[in-house]
Design a protein. Structure first.
Length: 405
């Protein structure tokens, strides 16, 4: 046991992680919550679609409400951090999420469902932003990209596990019991996170020193407008995938449970491309690597037009999902590399804000094409969106070369 602890300490020391307890606790909460984030929304989306609780238009709105909540949650988050510690925000958020899940059990078939779905989105993004803030404080700058990638891998595995749970657990009582158990586990671990006392003492003085190097949101966007435009277009294209891919599977003839597994398979297999994306990002730069994964994903989506075979489509979309997951990680690392430590937190918040703006639009467009044009419309959405992302990447390179010359 002692040798295991020594090896564990040595590894963390190698990566410059001084807050070892917080490192484990934050990653544990991040992993558990990521499974909740796919498990419950996937169950709700399939349940609402299967029971025909609302009209088609209202169903699309219901599916979009968590994204709308995430968008507004990003706006509210800076105000919360000025009033409360991030540990308190995290703990209260889990309490509120547990209460919301308890309420939706009885309010699922009412109009309050829309309000609760908005509320869930607001809580989801608040929890994720707190966890990203913790990661930014714990992960050192020299290994930040690789550590963010490691956290992304854990999160991706948890996403897949959450989707697979829908095939294993189908009864309402079991689903909500499992969800509340996972939230309780997150709460218990969150209480174990240590407060940084030294940071609290020096917070006032360091804030005054660092304020001279801090830029406004407008200045951050003006520095790299193409990057944020690429992020926006990518989120518009990709973010509704987990919502509508199971429904796409049902249109191919899969059962409700198998459709959830269809999503989980794509998410799990897609994880294998993430380390490749991270390696290329460190070796060739984030811009070239992002362009490469978009080209590969575009080829896979294009190939999906020419087959109705479920297995082949699953393989094509698994590779494309790997590209999507790599896109999220690479663009996060890209933004981190563009801005100094003074502007890191603000640039990540801006990245999330712009991403959520795109994510909020994604279900509307994806749902409309799936509704009117069936499975071909779903595939066309990704093909057109990825083509636009690639055009923006090429446009940025062209403008950059013109400016340099």
């Amino acid at each position: 046991m002692g040798s295991v602890n020594q090896a564990y300490t040595k590894i963390l020391d190698h990566f410059g992680i001084s807050q070892k307890r917080n490192f484990i606790c934050v990653l544990a909460v991040f992993t558990l919550f990521s499974s909740i984030f796919t498990f419950v929304p996937t169950f709700l989306n399939l349940d609402i679609h299967h029971l025909h609780l609302f009209s088609q238009d209202l169903t699309s709105l219901d599916f979009a409400m968590p994204y709308v909540g995430c968008f507004f949650g990003t706006l509210v988050f800076p105000f919360l951090t000025r009033k409360f510690s991030i540990k308190k925000i995290l703990i209260v958020s889990f309490f509120l999420l547990g209460m919301g899940y308890a309420l939706i059990i009885v309010l699922l078939k009412t109009d309050y469902n829309l309000v609760l779905r908005f509320f869930f989105g607001l809580i989801y993004i608040t929890i994720f932003l707190v966890l990203y803030m913790y990661q930014g404080k714990i992960f050192t700058s020299s290994y930040q990209s690789r550590l963010f990638l490691f956290a992304g891998l854990l999160s991706g595995v948890a996403y897949s596990f959450g989707s697979y749970l829908n095939d294993l657990i189908s009864q309402n009582f079991s689903v909500w019991g499992t969800a509340l158990f996972l939230i309780a586990s997150c709460l218990l671990v969150s209480f174990k996170i240590e407060d940084d006392k030294e940071e609290k003492k020096s917070e006032g003085s360091s804030l005054k020193k660092d304020s001279s190097g801090e830029k406004s949101y407008r200045e951050l966007i003006k520095e790299s407008p193409w990057v944020f435009l690429i992020v926006f277009m990518g989120y518009v294209t990709f973010y509704g995938f987990s919502t509508y891919y199971p429904l796409f599977g049902e249109k191919l003839g899969l059962t409700e449970g198998k459709a959830a597994s269809f999503l989980a398979t794509a998410q799990f297999c897609g994880l294998f491309l993430m380390p490749v994306g991270g390696y290329f990002g460190d070796k060739f730069g984030y811009e070239k690597s992002t362009s490469l994964i978009i080209i590969v994903s575009l080829g896979m989506i294009g190939a999906s037009f020419f087959t109705q075979n479920e297995t082949l489509i699953s393989v094509f979309f698994s590779v494309a999902e790997g590209g999507m997951l790599s896109f999220y990680t690479l663009t996060t690392a890209w933004v981190v590399s563009l801005y100094s430590h003074h502007n890191l937190a603000k640039s990540l918040a801006l990245l999330n804000f712009i991403g959520q703006g795109g994510a909020m639009l994604s279900p509307f467009g994806m749902g409309a094409l799936l509704r009117f044009y069936g499975s071909d419309g779903f595939i066309a959405w990704f093909f057109i969106g990825m083509s636009l992302v690639l055009m923006l990447l090429l446009g940025r390179r062209f403008v950059k070369k013109s400016t340099d010359s």
